[in-house]
Structure formats: C-alpha cells, structure tokens
Design a protein around this ligand. Sequence first.
Ligand code: HEM
Length: 524
Amino acid sequence: MMATSFLSLSNPMFILIITALVLFLSVYIYNRPQTKGKKYHPIPGTKFHQFIHFRRLHHYMTDLAVKYKTYKIYSPFNSEIYTTDPANVEYILRTNFENYGKGPFMNHTLKDLLGDGIFTVDGDEWREQRKVSSHEFSKKVLRDFSGVVFTENTIKVGNILLEAANNNQTVDITDLFMKSTTDSIFKVGFGIDFDNVSGSNEKGAIFCRAFDDANEFVLRRFFDLSWKIQKFFNIGPEKELRKNIKIIDDVIYKLIDTKMEQMKDAKHDTLLKKQDLLSRFLQIPNIDPKYVRDIVVTFVLAGKDPIATSLYWFIYELCKHPQIQDKVAKEIREATNMSIQELESIDVAEFATRMTEEALDKMTYLHAALTETIRLYPALSMDPKTCFSDDVLPDGGFIKKGEVVVYMPYAMGRMKFLWGDDALEFKPERWIDENGVFHQASPFKFTAFQAGPRTCMGRDFAYRQMKIFSSILLGCFTFKLSDERKIPNYRVMINLQMDGPLHVYASKRYEADKSENSKGKDVI
Ligand code: HEM
C-alpha cells in the first residue's frame, strides 16, 4: 500500500525524484563523446515528458515531428530515435534489415502478453514462424473460408443496425465492430464460434475487455520507467496486467483443449482439420501448448483490432464527409448492378450475395477511402526497432548499438512534407490517378503495414475483409453521428482504438437515396 502511494504520479516527491534522475542521466548520455555521424536534435523531451503526455501521445510526437523529421528522446536506460523520414524508414526496414529487429528490449517488454509469437522474435525463430504462417495465408481454402465467415458476421451486424434503424436508436459502432471482428478471427483462425455479436457470450465479453486492458497496460511499459518495480511488487497497472493475462490464458488454453478434442472426434473430417490456422498448427508433431498459446494471442491481436479500428475510424470520417459517403455507396450500387427500386425490398443477407470477387474488385473508390483512413489512423501508430550494432542512418544521424529507432505511421500520415498542404484532410482522391486507377504509395512513406521482409502478412486478407464489411453496410445504410460535435480521441495501446464509444444513427440507404432523388439529385 505504502509502495503504491509512493510510486503514484500524484506524489510530488516521486515526480521530483524521477524528473531529476531522468534529466541528469539524459544530459550525461547526450554529452558522451561519439565518433561517427551527427547527433540528433536534443529536443526538450524525455521519456518522462512522454509519460506526462501519455493520453495524447501521438499528438505530442506528431507536433515534435513537424519541427524535426527525426529526433531523439533521451532516457536513462534506452534512448530512442523517432523518425518520419522515408529514407531512414527504408534503411531500417529493408536496406540494413539485419541490423534492426525486436531485440531483447521489445521481447522483454511484450513477452508477458505476446510470449514468443511472431511480433516479439527475430532471426531463425521469426523466419520459421513467418514461413509456416505465410504458407497458411496463401491457402485458397483459408481465403475463401474467411470470405464466407466475414460475410456471415457482417450480416449479423447489418441486422443489428436494421433493428436500431427501425427503432430510431443509436448504436455504438466501436463495440459492435470489435465484437464482429473478434468473432471472425475466432472462426477463421481457430474454427470456434465465439458469438460475441449476439451478446450471448458473457465470457467472450470478459475476454475482450481483458485483452484490451492488457494491450493498454503492456504498451504503457514503454513509457513508464517504473514498470519493473511495479511488476516485482505486483502493484498498480502491473497487478492489473497480471490479472488480465490470467483471464486471457484461461480462455486460450481451454480453446486449445476444445480444439484438440474436436480434432480427435473429427479424425476423418479432413475439411475441419484444414480450414483454420489453429488446426493446422496443432497438426505439427509434439508442438508445445505454450507456443500454440502465443500464436493464438498473436493472431487475436493481429486479426481483430486493426480491422475493427480501421473500420470504425472509416465510418467516423464518412459521417464527417457525407458526400464521400454517398460517393462510396454509389460505387457499391454500380459494382453490384443494384437499382434504388431493388434496394427498397432487398434485405441485408440478400444484398450480401451480390458481393462477388468481381464486384469487390470494381470498388476502387472504396479501396481508396479505406486506405485514406489507414493513412490518418494507422492501427499501429509507432513501431520500434532495436539497433544491433553502431550505425549511421541515411540522414547522417548516429545510432548506437542497443538504442531503439521508432518509425511513426501516425505522424508520417500527417506530415505536409510527405502528403502536401492538405495532409490533414480526408481525401480518398489522392490515391486515384487520372485514369481512375488506384495508385499505391511507397511503403516507406505510407508505412501503416510496415515494409521490407517483415511487411504485414495479413494485408490482403485485411483489405478483403474490410471491403466485404463496408460494402455490405454502406450499400444498405447511411450513417450519421449522434453527436456531430464529438471529436474522438484514441486510447494509447498497441492498436489505435478509439477512447470511448462512437454512437451513430444508421438509416436505410434506400430511404436516403429516394429522398435525394426526389430533390432532383442524381443518385444512380
Ligand atoms: C488494417 C489492418 C492491418 C494493419 C494496418 C496491419 C499492420 C501491421 C504492421 C504495422 C505490422 C508490423 C508489426 C511489427 O513490427 O511487429 C504487421 C505485421 C503483421 N501482421 Fe498486420 N496489419 C493489419 C491486419 C492484419 C491481419 C488481419 C492479420 C492476420 C490475421 C495480420 C497479420 C500480421 C502478421 C502475422 C504480422 C507479422 C509479420 C512479421 O513480423 O513478419 N495483420 N501488421
């Protein structure tokens, strides 16, 4: 109890000691002699400043990046270089890839939650997991299966929206979308019906809350220098983290047991054995259950959060830009050959049958609008890499062995020197060339999916799911914020979740279009 109150941010003595310590060590580290390269700008920021600005961390880091493309945050233990310079990004992610990785720092900080899954390991361990997983991602059966699962889950979301529309009620889409993507990854990844969306799975809801909280507490470790002490004494956020990891582990080990039972029962059912990732991993002889647990946690994190967050930030931007929302809906109707008259009588499930591969491929503007969302709200806002031996980055800056260099997709998406004066505007058109073709930006400038040998493995999978989900929902409904004045903030955690709910009104698209038509506007 005594220890908890002393280590609290409300204790002025604690703040004073930490500030003095951080400043003293930072000045000492900055003034050490160095042989190669220039020193990065000693901006007036330390780890402690980051901790103080924690709730608006990405704003703070972006504001600094506006002044200095690349800068250093001094810390007594592990100084960090933050960069928005595509040349530096290309160098660490591709050109000198072997010299940058997760390293012991990342592995140690994330291990309690993510174990030795692909997000925390390097070298042969990483190569092996990447090989097994990429084999799985390339499987046609997995791709087709995921499309079916995602469509089914979107129909459930659509029916919830329809009921709300009929009763003129608002819906919190952050909660709804996260439940839906959780159901999808559990089915596609592990072959388990989690059924969170219907609200019938109380344990599922507890699991999701524990997962989100653990995600936030583990990220906090990067900015709270006292986390190891808290862990040792089992106090503060570390105590909560431990509790949440226990909840997560109980669910996951039970899931693994259930799956193994199902596989025994379905000895001859080759389809069941082949469809999901977990079944495939469990067929590896003598696989360690802890390793399977780490893979499951990694895929839950990779599979549910980035898609759900991208989708609800997307709907938020479309509510802020109703003309763009209408343009997306128009493209969906054209790609599916749907007239307004048909829209009147069709239900969500029937509408979903129109989402063929061919129709999805025609939706260039939707693709651009989703990409524009991910530019401004990248699921992973900052991505640290440990430097394995002394080096000089392309801008001439020196980086010492053991230091961490962080490229910042969130800040990079907002830099005028990269995107022009309209960098902060939501403009899907910037992705489409004069021939109406989607134009991909360099992955070292648009870094949301990382780049180089460790580029995101789920990128195509994610786009496919996001397009199915948004084309069905935006084809059937129009969305409006319940509070137009609301400017949502994010929660600082591994993924860019919104802080708090986002309530929207969904109304039937047919009614909106009919009234636009009656005003003489050309809708289709
Ligand atoms: C909008 C959606 C997504 C975004 C923005 C995104 C972004 C990223 C980023 C930035 C990384 C690098 C992380 C790191 O440095 O450790 C990454 C890696 C990865 N992603 Fe995604 N991701 C998305 C969706 C998915 C999905 C749906 C899956 C799979 C179900 C997935 C699977 C992976 C895997 C396995 C890696 C590790 C690659 C490696 O280390 O070699 N991602 N993703």
